[in-house]
Design a protein around this ligand. Sequence first.
Ligand code: PRX
Length: 649
Amino acid sequence: MASDTTPAETQTFAPSPEFTAQANAGAELYDQAEAEGVDFWARQARELLTWNKDFTEVLDWSNPPFAKWFQDGTLNACYNAVDRHVEAGNGDRVAIHFEGEPGDSRSYTYAQLKDEVSKAANAMEGLGVVKGDRVALYLPMIAEAVIAMLACARIGAIHSVVFGGFSADALRSRVEDGQAKLVVTADGSYRRGKPSMLKPAVDEALSEGASSVEHVLVVRRNEAEVEMTEGRDVWWHDAVGSASTEHTPAEQGAEDPLFVLYTSGTTGKPKGIMHTTGGYLTQGAFTHKYVFDLKPETDVYWCTADVGWVTGHSYVAYAPLVNGSTQVIYEGTPDSPHRGRFWEIVQKYGVTIMYTSPTAIRTMMKWGEEIPGEYDLSSLRVLGTVGEAINPEAWTWFHRVIGGGRCPIVDTWWQTETGAIMISQLPGVTVAKPGSAQVPMPGIKVDVVDDNGQPVPNGTSGFLVLREPWPSMLRTIWGDDDRYVDTYWSRFGDMYFAGDGAKRDEDGDVWILGRVDDVMNVSGHRLSTPEIESALFSHPSVAEAAVVGATDETTGQAVIAFVILSDQADAEGRDKAELAEEMRAHVGKEISPIAKPKKVLIVPELPKTRSGKIMRRLLKDVAEDREVGDVSTLADQTVMQQIVDSLAR
Ligand code: PRX
């Protein structure tokens, strides 16, 4: 890739001496990791987790890229997240403060959480779930979502959480791919003050196929009328409500699968990213302790992510609880019932650590700083962002307006596949540069390489790779080892290819430049270009479709679709604006409202090379309102002019 200049913003933020003096991390952590190699991770695994049986081998990398960490050790993830804190005398500490969108709330101490997960585990076993079975969870962001995940882990079942915003079709394909035996859902939830439904989507998903499912366990949340299928559907309050609070966690192998989580890839079919137990928990707990400077006795931690995404797995359901934290979980959106909702929650619970997305920050920035100004945010001491790059303007706003100028900000880069944070500042240690994730975590070997896999010099951009296996790495793509090898380990031989472009600045710090494949990042959510194109293509009025991710001020990127109408739609002479709206809604229904194109542009032609490949780069120029780039490789060089003219009309 081309050499380019270092970013213009040179403002840096050094940690305060007071913060450094009390920080969990010190600069020596990097040196220790360097000196100890994989033994560094063995030490973390033993210090941060409780094992039933200690391991004798740290890493088996004899059959790359299939890694085994702590292989002969045994442990249980739910025991580590819950029971051991009760046994250590911390049963009265609050584990979860649940805040519902309508304002209802409930707190669970570790002792209460232990009872709830034990009851849920007994109920699931009563419904025939055994070790190794897959359980699909399609739930709102309520405490039962975390309880259901932990209950699966407790019995050794593999959870597959499907984001509650996904469509029935998306749920069906994930349930089928994983051959789930049980689906856990809710009647619905609350969204912007109104009830929104989940159970009907489960009924629809199971109406055709998905025959592996024996039971559906339904949490009552919004009191809406739902149909219950006799013999298949069971209410949570009946099955879990009547179950015993006594349950012995299953002894799991460190390499037993903990969960599968589907994420968008470069083809239409989502990938089931598989994570296992020992390494995943080790790196999750390690990063959570040092990146957020967690003090479990005094901190109140709040990660705003939904459990439908990896952030909600690693940094809501597992690491914070493994580390014995008190955390907040919130069901709703930042603007319901008013635009101060997030700050009201920070004030109510005295949140000290807040982990959120750049899109949320940019949105709240637009609403004006008077809104957070009405709340007491003085409890905050560490702020974090994830999911997409944070622009320096949003960073400095977050720092000044929310953090009162005193809180370190960690910009954490990682992926569903990496399982845990890989690149981030360490608060109290790193001098922060707004907009850059900067430094690999201790023990992680990150590089930026050119087309031939050679490291690029400072000041240059290239592809982001990971040079060595790490404990929380994905182990495979569910049921598809070949795709695992092809997707991540074939582009640069023995290095993991992350799919992101990155730049090293003059100091060697890493700046993430965004995806270099057919994946878009909208509000920190990963969306696949071909998946949206095929959803559009399934609309009867669409003959051809191409989708690009165009830069967007608020959401980072926005989906812009270019569509050629089918002959029939053309002949009918339908109103184009109406058709475009119909196509947007169609994508919303096929995949999810988050995948809906911001704009559908109806055009006469698409730019193609002589071999028929669509040149999305040129469409991106149009979508971003720039002069169109080099068209010399197009089969018909007038196409771009035709498109521009038709849109002008
Ligand atoms: O492109 C990178 C972007 O999000 C992708 C991973 O998406 P997902 O698997 O859904 O996980 C998101 C939450 C961990 C990455 O390939 N990304 C994630 N964090 C950052 C980021 N881009 C820039 N800066 C970040 N801090």
